[in-house]
Design a protein around this ligand. Sequence first.
Ligand code: GAP
Length: 441
Amino acid sequence: MEKLVSLAKRRGFIFQSSEIYGGTGSVWDYGPLGVELKKNVKDRWWNAMVRFRDDIEGLDAAILMHPRVWEASGHVSGFVDPLVDCKTCKGRFRADKLEDARCPQKPSKRPGEHDACQLTVPRQFNLMFKTFMGPLEESASVVYLRPETAQGIYVNFLNVQQSTRQKIPFGIAQIGKAFRNEITPGNFIFRTREFEQMEMQFFVEPGTDMGWFEFWKAERMKWHVELGLDPARLEYHQHTAGELAHYARAAFDVNFDFGGTLGFQEIEGVHNRGDFDLGRHQEYSTKKLEYFDQPNNKRFLPYVVETSVGADRVTLALLVNAYREEAVAGEEEGRVVLGLHPALAPIKAGIFPLVKKDGMPEMAHRIADDLRRRFPVFYDESGAIGRRYRRQDEVGTPFCVTVDGQSTQDGTVTIRDRDTLEQSRVPADALARVIQEKLDA
Ligand code: GAP
C-alpha cells in the first residue's frame, strides 16, 4: 500500500486533499491520471447497468434532500456507530471494532488493554454530516449531506416510472457523491469521508425478489471479473442476521483481497431491501408510491434489490490488483507495471520519436494529435527510449508507438505491447484502428 500511495502521488493519480495545509483527514483528490481511471470505471458501470440494458434508467439526484427523507430512511435514528474515547490519549475508537484498533501509546495492545487506558462508555455517533440550508443556523434549517445515493432514487421512483413508462421489473441507476463522518477512516481511498457510489435499485414484484437477488449477485461478480480483477482475489460474503443493515432482508458483499493487513474487504453490497424504503417514504410523505400493474389490474408496493458499489474502492482494488514489479531480460533495472485492463488505462498510447531530429518529432506530433481525438495519448520525446517505456509501464499505458528512421521513409511505426513487450510494425495511418481493436478485445 505504501508503494501504491507513493506511486499514486508521484505520477498524478491521487493526492491528499489540501496537502499544503497539512491535509484533510481521509479526503483525497484525483489527479490527471486518477480522474481518467475513475472515469473509466464509472463509464464501464454506466454502460453495463444503463446503456446496454433496456430495463434500467439513469438518474442524477441532488446531494441535498428534504431532511424528512433521512428520518424516513432510518438514517437519523439508525445510521450510528458506537464510539468510545480514551481520556488518557484522546484517541477515538469504534466500540464494536476495538479488536482491529491499536492503543496509540502502546501499539502492541488494543485500546483498553494498556494500564493507562481510560475508555469512556460507548455512545452512539451518527455518521451523517449536517449543515444548514439558508442563512439561519437553527434546527429548522438542518440538512444532511447524503450518506448513500439510493434515497434520491426512491423519492423519484414514480417520476421515473411514469415518465419512461417502464414496467416492473425495472431499475434506476445513479452515480454520485456520498458522505460519511467515519470514526475510523483510513487505508488510503478505502474508507474515506467523501466518496462516490454507483448504485442501482431494481424494483420487482414481491415474491420474485429472491430470484432477482440471486441474479444481481451473479451479474455484479461477473462485472468485477470483466474489469480484470483476479477471480482468486474475489469472494462473496453473506451477511449474518447481526450484520444486516436496518433496511436489508438479505445481503451479500463482493469482497476483494487487498492483501497485507487489510485482506478481504467489501467493495460492493447486493441487498434485498424489500419494501422498507418505499414503505417508509409512503408513510412519511403521505404520498402513495404504489405501482399499478395494468394488465392484472392490481396495485402493489414494489420490493427492491439494490446493488451498491464504491467507485473509489473499486479504483483502489484495480490499482492493488494491477501493481507488479518484475525483472526485464537483458536489463539490470527491473520495471514497475500497472497491468490495468487496456479499457481502464488512463493513457491508451505513448507516442515517441526515437530521436529529436530528422522529421521524427514532427511525424510523432502529427500521430499524437490525430489519436488524441479518439483516446488519451501522451507525447514524450525526453530521455532514452527505454526510460520512456518504463514511465508508461508504471502508469499502465498498454501501447507505445515509436516513430523511427524507417517511419519517415515508408510511413510505418512500431507498436509495443506493455505486457508481452512484443513490437510489431504497422502503417501509421492504420494506428487508430489497430489500437481501437486491441482496446475492444
Ligand atoms: N445504499 C447501500 C449502501 O450504501 P454500503 O454497504 O454502506 O451500502 C456500499 O456501501 C458501498 O459504498 C461499499 O461497498 C463501498 O464500496 C462504498 N463505501 C461505503 N462507505 C465508504 C467509505 N467510507 N469510503 C469509501 N467507500 C465507501
